[in-house]
Design a protein around this ligand. Structure first.
Ligand code: PLP
Length: 394
């Protein structure tokens, strides 16, 4: 076994697609003119400006079509983070003083959780919606918590750490019935699973380009017509007065190309990834002793496999995997290196000790079964090695 791993030492396998994805060469090609000759400011009236404006308009149509929205409802922003900040803070700032109760699920990405917490000193009350052991929000738990002063609810489409999908349609129906605005963070599902704002029934929805083989630093917020929204960036009147600042034209063009490709391959990629994911999960559970799958067995992202290896600290394992050429993660990339246990794993009811033992593998377009077999082999070896050093704790 040891020799075999030595033999594979130079092999690299990227299994952290939930953190980010490589830029698709077709996306780079689509962006290139806007990094070279097409440098106009989209707000300028001359031909240079008009060319840039036309590119943004076309990109907006592509995003709108993919999301089943109207182009006017798409607001380009600098990231998934900004999209979620604008949705939560921007919508909350429009709440009348007697409607300042906000509900967010306990397992939201920090860009939602911290945006909600940011509002507290300004007189808002933020309540967390709990999840079950699979990481799912029960729509009834939302129904029970909506009060007369509730203004906004935010529940993500799929969790970035453990991959669990949420019953967002049912939650949207409850919000609509109670006259409460509903935001969905779809950063992890968009491009992988269908995201249809009409079928979903949400008022606000966040997406990001770099999770779908597009460039980093560009995202979008879907804003259903008539949804109250206070801009957080002020200056010019860009993005229909919802987000001031000269648009990142090349990034927006790249985002649209990434969306076009994702939509074109989704029917083939989603089942392929689901099958690979299940094969990988089965192989890990069979090969590595005392490994358990985190999250829901079926209601999960096609790209996500998250495990706990009892007695194995995730940081030691991740270093060992990296040495063997495998890129995995213990959760959100932006929280990596932090000593805090994952809030997502704690919300599942895990104790702090267990929450230090979670490892996430996320598959992507280039992932093959051979890559995953290598992953299983290295995992089995490294988990055993680390356990040999430190006794397994119950
Ligand atoms: N929401 C979720 C669920 C994510 O996984 C991420 C990724 O980091 C974000 C929001 C933030 O997106 P971005 O990296 O574009 O700021």
């Amino acid at each position: 076994m040891g020799e075999r791993i030595q033999h594979h030492a130079m092999r690299t396998v990227y299994l952290d697609h939930a953190a980010t994805t490589p830029l698709d060469p077709r996306v780079r090609k689509a962006m290139e003119p806007y990094l070279k000759s097409e440098y106009g400011n989209p707000s300028s009236l001359h031909r240079w400006g008009r060319n840039a404006r036309m590119a943004i308009d076309a990109a907006r149509e592509t995003l709108a079509a993919a999301l089943h929205a109207d182009p006017a409802e798409i607001c380009f922003v600098s990231s998934g983070t900004e999209s979620c900040n604008l949705a939560i803070i921007g919508c909350a700032l429009k709440a009348p003083p007697h409607r300042r109760h906000i509900l967010v699920s306990a397992i939201e990405h920090h860009c939602v959780l911290h945006a909600a917490e940011w509002l507290i000193p300004f007189g808002y009350e933020v309540e967390l919606i709990p999840v079950d052991g699979y990481g799912q929000v029960d729509p009834d738990a939302v129904r029970e918590r909506i009060r007369d002063d509730t203004w906004l609810v935010s529940v993500m489409h799929a969790n970035n750490e453990i991959g669990t999908l949420q019953p967002v349609e049912a939650i949207a129906a409850i919000c609509r019935e109670r006259g409460v605005w509903f935001h969905v963070d779809a950063v992890q599902t968009f491009g992988v699973l269908p995201v249809d704002v009409e079928a979903m029934g949400c008022d606000l929805l966040s997406v990001s380009a770099h999770k779908i083989y597009g460039p980093k630093g560009v995202g979008a917020l879907y804003v259903r017509a008539r949804t109250p929204l206070q801009p957080l960036m002020v200056g010019g009147g860009q993005e229909r007065d919802r987000r001031a600042g000269t648009e990142h034209v090349a990034g927006i063009v790249g985002f649209a190309e990434a969306v076009r490709i994702a939509e074109a391959v989704r029917a083939v990629e989603a089942p392929r990834l689901t099958q690979l994911r299940d094969q990988f999960i089965q192989a890990v559970l069979e090969t590595v002793p005392e490994a358990t799958l985190t999250g829901h067995p079926t209601e999960r992202l096609p790209t996500n496999a998250h495990f706990r290896f009892a007695g194995v600290p995730s940081d030691s394992l991740l270093i060992a995997l990296d040495r063997a050429g495998i890129g995995a993660s213990s959760g959100a990339a932006c929280s990596a290196g932090s000593l805090e246990p994952s809030h997502v794993l704690l919300a599942l009811g895990w104790d702090e000790h267990a929450a230090q033992q979670g490892v996430r593998f996320t598959l992507g377009r280039a992932t093959t079964w051979e890559d995953l077999q290598y992953g299983v082999e290295v995992l089995a070896h490294e988990v055993a090695r680390i356990r040999g050093k430190a006794p397994v704790t119950p």
